[in-house]
Ligand binder design. Structure first.
Ligand code: AMP
Ligand code: MG
Length: 397
């Protein structure tokens, strides 16, 4: 059995970047730029503007009373030059007239009959100089993360209506098992709704990929092989679930072996020991265990980082916190466990409580967990009072 690190290293080793595509700004959220370093062609803001509603003037002319000679609003074009010894009414975002070097907020001014009484100000007060945020010629570095609202504000301010981003990796999802039926259909004897097709599709989307839901296949060797062959013809990655263990109807692993090459199929992780990884025609194929919790936890550990690597991001993008566990939660001593816990702030520390049953088929407790508590190989259970790494997978309040 491989360790979690060994398996992840092997999976990431051949990761191929997806090509770039031009995407309009309104579609950039969550995408990853091909080039994080952008050269600014313009100053942001492009002109010196007022940060307040008030009066623009020369600092040298106040305190005192000045005639109000005009008005300048945001978007109203360039104002005439300010004559010494006068003031103009100015709105937030309006260009500061040449000749003026300060703005007095309206709250501090007293305007009567075309004249305004103004207190002393220092030059530069409430004036946002051109290039105050970004200067033309600067290299702007975007964060190594999917584009969020603030990065999109920067792109817009730089006048970029579109951007080259990595194409979302196309991830084909294949569930295998005779017992699986479409959720919502009446259950026959021995049947269960297919959870993994839908949970894994959601996980692919969350990781930044484009899920493609393939029709389920029964535990049939030829049909399993045909589905895998066809998907690896076009998808950037195939994620199958079920059929990777040693049961006599487990055909995914052997299909990978026949169609391409199998790198490994067991990892010392709980949940999720059987996990097949290989390549077919150069494309990565991952066979996850069928149990819904095992499938999602191993996706988190191995597939999510691969999807991110395909768009140039490293790691899992998850926060890891030290969390104290006051309970004794049993685990397999031979494997590293990722236990479902609810992590909460308690004073200056974080405390992890078991989210409930830790069985591989108990999805309801994974849905309640906001973190996975990492308990090392070699330990038979959590030690009450000990602190472990908690990988944050959900909202932490
Ligand atoms: P397997 O890995 O095929 O041996 O499946 C292990 C367990 O996971 C069995 O109890 C299966 O019924 C269950 N299982 C497999 N695939 C799915 C799926 N897509 N949705 C829900 N349960 C599944
Ligand atoms: Mg099965």
């Amino acid at each position: 059995m491989l360790s979690v690190e060994e398996a992840l290293t092997a999976i990431l080793a051949g990761a191929q970047l997806t090509p770039g595509e031009q995407v309009s700004l309104d579609r950039c959220a969550g995408r990853v730029p091909v080039d994080r370093r952008l050269r600014a062609d313009v100053d942001v803001p492009p002109f010196a503007s007022s940060a307040m509603d008030g009066f623009a003037l020369r600092a040298a002319d106040v305190p005192g009373e000045l005639p109000v000679t005009g008005e300048v609003a945001a978007g109203g074009g360039l104002p005439p030059m300010l004559s010494p010894g006068s003031a103009v009414r100015i709105m937030t975002g309006a260009p500061v007239p040449a000749g003026a070097d300060a703005v007095v907020p309206i709250e501090d001014a007293n305007e009567v009959a075309g004249r305004v009484r103004l207190p002393a100000v220092t030059a530069g007060s409430h004036v946002r100089p051109a290039g105050n945020d970004i200067r033309a010629g600067d290299v702007v570095e975007l964060p190594a993360a999917p584009l969020g609202p603030a990065a999109i504000a920067v792109l817009a301010s730089l006048g970029m209506g579109e951007l080259a981003v990595h194409r979302r990796p196309r991830v084909a999802i294949l569930s295998t098992g005779d017992e699986l039926i479409e959720p919502g259909q009446p259950l026959g004897p021995g049947q269960i709704p297919d959870a993994n097709t839908f949970s894994l599709a959601a996980a692919v989307t969350e990781a930044g990929g484009e899920p493609e839901l393939l029709p389920r296949v029964p535990d049939d060797e030829a049909r399993t092989e045909a589905a895998i062959r066809s998907a690896t013809g076009y998808a950037d990655l195939l994620v199958a679930s079920g059929g990777v263990s040693v049961g006599r109807y487990d055909h995914v692993r052997s299909a990978i072996e026949r169609l391409g090459s199998l790198d490994f199929w067991r990892i010392a992780v709980q949940p999720g020991k059987p996990l097949a990884f290989g390549r077919i025609g150069g494309r990565p194929v991952i066979g996850l265990p069928g149990n819904p919790v095992s499938a999602l936890v191993t996706f988190e550990l191995f597939v999510r980082p691969l999807i991110r690597a395909m768009v140039g991001l490293s790691g899992s993008g998850r926060a890891v916190l030290p969390a104290r566990c006051d309970e004794e939660i049993a685990k397999d001593p031979g494997r590293r466990a990722y236990l479902r816990v609810a992590v909460e702030r308690s004073g200056a520390a974080y405390v992890a409580r078991s989210a409930g049953g830790q069985g591989s088929a108990q999805s309801s407790t994974l849905a309640l967990a906001n973190a996975l508590l990492v308990v090392p190989e070699g330990e038979p259970a959590t030690r009450p009072g000990a602190t472990y790494d908690a990988v944050v997978i959900g909202g932490l309040t």
